[in-house]
Design a protein around this ligand. Structure first.
Ligand code: PEP
Length: 252
Protein backbone atom coordinates (compact mmCIF):
# COMPACT_ATOMS: atom_id res chain seq x y z
CA UNK A 1 0.00 0.00 0.00
CA UNK A 2 1.47 3.37 -1.00
CA UNK A 3 0.60 7.01 -1.21
CA UNK A 4 -1.88 6.37 -4.06
CA UNK A 5 -3.83 3.85 -1.97
CA UNK A 6 -4.51 6.31 0.83
CA UNK A 7 -6.94 9.21 0.52
CA UNK A 8 -5.38 12.66 0.16
CA UNK A 9 -6.87 14.81 2.91
CA UNK A 10 -6.26 18.56 2.99
CA UNK A 11 -7.49 20.29 6.13
CA UNK A 12 -7.69 23.96 7.02
CA UNK A 13 -7.24 25.08 10.62
CA UNK A 14 -8.73 28.53 11.10
CA UNK A 15 -7.51 28.89 14.71
CA UNK A 16 -9.26 31.84 16.44
CA UNK A 17 -10.35 33.57 13.24
CA UNK A 18 -13.75 34.19 11.66
CA UNK A 19 -17.15 35.06 13.04
CA UNK A 20 -20.32 33.21 12.01
CA UNK A 21 -20.98 35.77 9.27
CA UNK A 22 -17.44 35.52 7.93
CA UNK A 23 -17.67 31.72 8.01
CA UNK A 24 -20.85 31.60 5.93
CA UNK A 25 -19.43 34.07 3.39
CA UNK A 26 -16.23 31.98 3.13
CA UNK A 27 -18.11 28.68 2.62
CA UNK A 28 -20.33 30.18 -0.09
CA UNK A 29 -17.24 31.42 -1.92
CA UNK A 30 -15.36 28.14 -1.29
CA UNK A 31 -18.01 25.63 -2.49
CA UNK A 32 -17.69 26.30 -6.24
CA UNK A 33 -13.88 26.58 -5.99
CA UNK A 34 -13.46 23.04 -4.62
CA UNK A 35 -16.51 21.18 -5.87
CA UNK A 36 -14.59 19.01 -8.36
CA UNK A 37 -11.29 18.48 -6.54
CA UNK A 38 -9.80 15.04 -5.90
CA UNK A 39 -8.57 15.48 -2.28
CA UNK A 40 -10.92 15.30 0.67
CA UNK A 41 -11.45 18.82 2.02
CA UNK A 42 -11.68 19.40 5.77
CA UNK A 43 -12.18 22.72 7.60
CA UNK A 44 -11.60 23.09 11.35
CA UNK A 45 -13.55 26.19 12.37
CA UNK A 46 -14.11 27.92 15.74
CA UNK A 47 -16.68 26.25 18.02
CA UNK A 48 -19.14 29.09 17.55
CA UNK A 49 -19.13 28.68 13.76
CA UNK A 50 -19.49 24.86 13.51
CA UNK A 51 -23.27 24.86 13.18
CA UNK A 52 -23.32 27.63 10.57
CA UNK A 53 -20.41 26.06 8.66
CA UNK A 54 -21.97 22.59 8.57
CA UNK A 55 -25.33 24.02 7.44
CA UNK A 56 -23.64 26.09 4.72
CA UNK A 57 -21.54 23.07 3.58
CA UNK A 58 -24.43 20.58 3.63
CA UNK A 59 -24.54 18.38 0.52
CA UNK A 60 -21.04 19.48 -0.58
CA UNK A 61 -17.63 17.77 -0.37
CA UNK A 62 -16.53 20.07 2.50
CA UNK A 63 -16.19 18.33 5.86
CA UNK A 64 -16.52 20.52 8.94
CA UNK A 65 -14.71 19.90 12.21
CA UNK A 66 -13.40 21.45 15.42
CA UNK A 67 -9.98 22.45 16.70
CA UNK A 68 -10.05 20.91 20.18
CA UNK A 69 -12.33 18.99 22.56
CA UNK A 70 -12.62 18.11 26.22
CA UNK A 71 -12.13 14.48 27.30
CA UNK A 72 -15.29 14.36 29.45
CA UNK A 73 -18.84 13.75 28.24
CA UNK A 74 -20.19 16.53 30.48
CA UNK A 75 -19.58 18.13 33.89
CA UNK A 76 -18.33 21.15 35.79
CA UNK A 77 -15.60 22.13 33.29
CA UNK A 78 -16.23 25.81 32.65
CA UNK A 79 -15.49 26.88 29.10
CA UNK A 80 -15.06 23.37 27.74
CA UNK A 81 -16.86 21.53 24.91
CA UNK A 82 -17.58 17.78 24.65
CA UNK A 83 -17.51 15.41 21.66
CA UNK A 84 -21.28 15.07 21.87
CA UNK A 85 -21.70 18.84 21.63
CA UNK A 86 -19.38 18.98 18.61
CA UNK A 87 -21.27 16.20 16.85
CA UNK A 88 -24.64 17.80 17.52
CA UNK A 89 -23.32 21.06 16.06
CA UNK A 90 -22.31 19.22 12.86
CA UNK A 91 -18.62 18.47 13.37
CA UNK A 92 -17.30 15.27 11.81
CA UNK A 93 -13.67 15.50 12.93
CA UNK A 94 -11.59 17.25 15.57
CA UNK A 95 -7.95 18.32 15.86
CA UNK A 96 -6.29 17.04 19.04
CA UNK A 97 -2.90 18.03 20.46
CA UNK A 98 -2.18 21.01 18.17
CA UNK A 99 1.18 22.52 19.12
CA UNK A 100 -0.55 25.75 20.18
CA UNK A 101 -2.60 23.68 22.67
CA UNK A 102 0.53 21.85 23.80
CA UNK A 103 2.64 25.00 24.16
CA UNK A 104 0.22 27.70 25.32
CA UNK A 105 -2.14 25.50 27.37
CA UNK A 106 0.42 22.88 28.45
CA UNK A 107 -1.44 19.89 27.04
CA UNK A 108 0.56 16.70 27.62
CA UNK A 109 0.53 13.43 25.69
CA UNK A 110 -1.45 11.94 28.61
CA UNK A 111 -4.13 14.62 28.17
CA UNK A 112 -4.14 14.10 24.40
CA UNK A 113 -4.56 10.36 25.01
CA UNK A 114 -7.66 10.99 27.19
CA UNK A 115 -9.12 13.29 24.56
CA UNK A 116 -8.53 10.71 21.84
CA UNK A 117 -10.32 8.07 23.94
CA UNK A 118 -13.41 10.30 24.02
CA UNK A 119 -13.08 11.12 20.32
CA UNK A 120 -12.93 7.45 19.27
CA UNK A 121 -15.92 6.61 21.50
CA UNK A 122 -17.94 9.41 19.90
CA UNK A 123 -17.29 8.39 16.29
CA UNK A 124 -15.61 11.70 15.43
CA UNK A 125 -12.42 11.36 13.38
CA UNK A 126 -9.31 12.73 15.11
CA UNK A 127 -6.44 14.65 13.58
CA UNK A 128 -3.59 14.08 16.03
CA UNK A 129 -0.84 16.70 15.78
CA UNK A 130 2.77 15.89 16.61
CA UNK A 131 6.01 17.75 15.94
CA UNK A 132 9.29 18.93 17.39
CA UNK A 133 10.38 22.44 18.34
CA UNK A 134 13.45 24.07 16.77
CA UNK A 135 15.35 23.48 20.02
CA UNK A 136 14.53 19.77 19.89
CA UNK A 137 15.56 19.51 16.23
CA UNK A 138 18.85 21.29 16.94
CA UNK A 139 19.46 19.01 19.90
CA UNK A 140 19.06 16.00 17.59
CA UNK A 141 16.06 14.54 19.43
CA UNK A 142 13.41 14.91 16.70
CA UNK A 143 12.86 11.17 16.24
CA UNK A 144 12.74 10.53 19.99
CA UNK A 145 10.16 13.31 20.38
CA UNK A 146 8.00 12.05 17.50
CA UNK A 147 8.14 8.48 18.77
CA UNK A 148 7.18 9.58 22.28
CA UNK A 149 4.31 11.81 21.08
CA UNK A 150 2.90 9.14 18.75
CA UNK A 151 3.17 6.17 21.11
CA UNK A 152 2.06 8.01 24.27
CA UNK A 153 -0.82 9.86 22.58
CA UNK A 154 -2.08 6.65 20.96
CA UNK A 155 -1.26 4.35 23.89
CA UNK A 156 -3.87 1.64 24.42
CA UNK A 157 -5.74 2.09 21.14
CA UNK A 158 -6.47 -0.68 18.66
CA UNK A 159 -5.11 -1.00 15.13
CA UNK A 160 -8.54 -0.03 13.82
CA UNK A 161 -8.60 3.14 15.93
CA UNK A 162 -5.07 4.11 14.91
CA UNK A 163 -5.79 3.46 11.22
CA UNK A 164 -8.80 5.81 11.40
CA UNK A 165 -6.65 8.58 12.92
CA UNK A 166 -5.14 11.27 10.76
CA UNK A 167 -1.70 12.15 12.06
CA UNK A 168 -0.46 15.66 11.29
CA UNK A 169 3.31 16.10 11.39
CA UNK A 170 3.70 19.76 12.24
CA UNK A 171 7.23 20.87 13.10
CA UNK A 172 6.67 23.74 15.54
CA UNK A 173 9.42 25.80 13.90
CA UNK A 174 7.45 25.76 10.65
CA UNK A 175 4.07 26.84 12.02
CA UNK A 176 3.17 30.42 11.16
CA UNK A 177 6.81 31.24 10.42
CA UNK A 178 6.91 31.11 6.59
CA UNK A 179 9.67 28.50 7.00
CA UNK A 180 8.10 25.29 5.74
CA UNK A 181 10.00 22.03 6.06
CA UNK A 182 11.61 20.94 2.81
CA UNK A 183 9.88 17.97 1.18
CA UNK A 184 12.94 15.86 2.13
CA UNK A 185 12.82 16.82 5.83
CA UNK A 186 9.05 16.31 5.97
CA UNK A 187 9.21 12.97 4.14
CA UNK A 188 11.90 11.70 6.55
CA UNK A 189 9.69 12.53 9.54
CA UNK A 190 6.59 11.02 7.90
CA UNK A 191 8.44 7.81 7.06
CA UNK A 192 9.71 7.63 10.63
CA UNK A 193 6.20 8.10 12.04
CA UNK A 194 4.93 5.32 9.76
CA UNK A 195 7.75 3.04 10.99
CA UNK A 196 6.79 3.77 14.59
CA UNK A 197 3.17 2.83 13.83
CA UNK A 198 4.35 -0.34 12.11
CA UNK A 199 6.56 -1.36 15.03
CA UNK A 200 4.03 -0.46 17.74
CA UNK A 201 0.90 -1.75 15.95
CA UNK A 202 1.43 -3.51 12.63
CA UNK A 203 2.47 -2.94 9.03
CA UNK A 204 -1.10 -2.89 7.71
CA UNK A 205 -2.13 -0.14 10.14
CA UNK A 206 0.99 1.84 9.21
CA UNK A 207 0.15 1.49 5.53
CA UNK A 208 -3.41 2.74 6.10
CA UNK A 209 -2.80 5.74 8.36
CA UNK A 210 -3.02 9.13 6.66
CA UNK A 211 -0.14 11.43 7.63
CA UNK A 212 -0.51 15.14 6.84
CA UNK A 213 2.24 17.74 6.80
CA UNK A 214 1.56 21.10 8.43
CA UNK A 215 3.69 24.24 8.76
CA UNK A 216 3.64 27.29 6.47
CA UNK A 217 1.97 25.43 3.60
CA UNK A 218 1.29 27.78 0.67
CA UNK A 219 0.15 27.27 -2.95
CA UNK A 220 3.82 27.50 -3.98
CA UNK A 221 5.16 24.70 -1.75
CA UNK A 222 2.16 22.34 -1.50
CA UNK A 223 2.58 20.40 -4.79
CA UNK A 224 6.17 19.33 -4.05
CA UNK A 225 5.29 18.24 -0.51
CA UNK A 226 2.42 16.11 -1.82
CA UNK A 227 4.71 14.33 -4.28
CA UNK A 228 6.51 12.61 -1.41
CA UNK A 229 5.42 8.98 -0.90
CA UNK A 230 4.54 9.30 2.80
CA UNK A 231 2.93 12.76 2.70
CA UNK A 232 -0.78 12.01 2.28
CA UNK A 233 -2.22 15.43 2.89
CA UNK A 234 -1.75 18.85 4.43
CA UNK A 235 -2.88 20.74 7.52
CA UNK A 236 -2.99 24.41 6.60
CA UNK A 237 -3.29 27.28 9.07
CA UNK A 238 -2.85 30.87 7.83
CA UNK A 239 -3.25 30.06 4.13
CA UNK A 240 -6.64 28.42 4.75
CA UNK A 241 -8.15 31.74 5.86
CA UNK A 242 -8.60 32.81 2.24
CA UNK A 243 -11.01 30.62 0.25
CA UNK A 244 -9.12 31.39 -2.97
CA UNK A 245 -5.64 30.62 -1.57
CA UNK A 246 -6.84 27.47 0.18
CA UNK A 247 -8.53 26.24 -3.01
CA UNK A 248 -5.27 26.82 -4.92
CA UNK A 249 -3.46 24.58 -2.40
CA UNK A 250 -6.13 21.89 -2.76
CA UNK A 251 -6.11 22.01 -6.56
CA UNK A 252 -2.29 21.76 -6.59
C1 PEP B 1 -1.46 25.07 11.81
O1 PEP B 1 -2.10 25.90 12.42
O2 PEP B 1 -1.66 23.87 12.03
C2 PEP B 1 -0.46 25.51 10.82
C3 PEP B 1 0.25 24.61 10.19
O3 PEP B 1 -0.34 26.86 10.62
P1 PEP B 1 0.39 27.62 9.38
O4 PEP B 1 -0.05 26.91 8.11
O5 PEP B 1 -0.07 29.01 9.45
O6 PEP B 1 1.87 27.45 9.58
Amino acid sequence: MGHADRPTIIAGNWKMYKTIGETVAYIHQFIPLVKDVAPLVYLAVPFTAIRAASDAAKGTNIVIGAQDVNEHAEGAFTGEISCGMLKEAGAQFVIVGHSERRQIYHESDAMVNKKLRAVYASGLQPILCVGETLQMREAGVTEFVLQTQVTHSLDGFSSGQVARTIIAYEPVWAIGTNKHATPEIAEKAHRFIREVISETWDAETAARVVIQYGGSVKPENAPKLLLEPDIDGLLVGGASLSAVTFSQIIKG
